[in-house]
Design a protein around this ligand. Structure first.
Ligand code: CO
Length: 290
């Protein structure tokens, strides 16, 4: 990996650290989730980076891919378990992190995913197999009496690609892949007191460019051009662009865009999450977002 890649990834990580710390104070009962998301996204820009994806604010049994709508009036409530998943990039070099904030009685559930990520990070070095990391994550979470979410994974990070191979499962898989020196990976365990799976909810606010193929309608071409220039292949929020529901569904049907529906725990139980980005080194790793 080039010095440029390392330097820009580390800078993106510095931005996230700062933003996460500032945001944490705003995660209180009564706070508007749209204001929190906009604060985070604006601060990322003010600090010299760009959002790598929309600020995810997933609450209680929602595990991932929840971001406010335009004009969202929802507020945080007493008892909520709030996950903030944020990404920043500099010239495409991405850092990705997530924290959980407890507005209720979810202390142990949060401890489980937080401890799991650090136990996994302790084992990261060149040559480690991702199956070993998954086993550590699973054992840590089960040690608290909870279950990992088996169909949400950590992942590699490549320029302008927020979810690159390899997938890092949050349980002991039969076969994993070896991490190599210089790889940038995000490790993100999710813990739940439910059955441990998520499924798509019929709600979607996040999209990304999949296949910018030629389109007949001029209006559609203009939208695709704007998306391509502003976000390249990175995910964006519906509230970030001006596009009608009709055009949006056309672009999805044509396979030009892909969608990221909200992922929710299937038994409707609470989910916690903790995530850090690391650079794999010969004998250990460097945590980008800590
Ligand atoms: Co991630």
């Amino acid at each position: 990996m080039s010095d440029e890649a390392i330097e820009k990834t580390l800078r993106a990580g510095e931005v996230l650290k700062k933003v996460a710390k500032e945001a944490e104070e705003k995660i209180v009962v009564g706070a508007k989730i749209l204001e929190i998301a906009e604060f985070i996204e604006n601060r990322i820009v003010e600090l010299g980076a760009n959002p790598a994806f929309p600020c995810n604010i997933s609450i209680n049994s929602d595990a991932a891919h929840s971001t406010p709508t335009r004009g969202d009036e929802r507020v945080l409530k007493k008892g909520d378990l709030v996950k903030i998943d944020i990404g920043a990039h500099i010239d495409g070099y991405i850092a990705d992190m997530a924290i959980s904030i407890d507005l209720g009685d979810h202390g142990d559930l949060i401890k489980a995913s937080k401890e799991a990520v650090f136990n996994a990070i302790d084992q990261v070095k060149a040559g480690v197999n991702t199956a070993k990391l998954g086993k550590t994550i699973e054992e840590t979470i089960k040690g608290y009496g909870f279950k990992p979410i088996v169909n949400l994974t950590g992942h590699g990070l490549l320029p302008y690609l927020a979810h690159a191979p390899p997938s890092i499962y949050n349980y002991a898989t039969k076969k994993g892949v070896e991490l190599k020196e210089g790889m940038i990976v995000a490790i993100e365990p999710f813990a739940t007191n439910g059955v441990g799976r998520v499924s798509e909810r019929n709600e979607c606010e996040i999209y990304s460019l999949l296949n910018p193929k030629p389109l007949r309608l001029r209006e559609l071409r203009m939208i695709v051009q704007e998306i391509s220039e502003r976000f390249k292949t990175l995910p964006f929020a519906k509230r970030w662009i001006n596009v009608s529901e009709l055009f949006l569904s056309k672009l999805l049907r044509e396979g030009v865009l892909r969608e990221y529906p909200v992922l929710s725990e299937v038994s409707n139980c609470a989910v916690s999450q903790w995530e850090h980005t690391v650079i794999v080194e010969k004998d250990s790793c460097r945590i980008v977002t800590l």
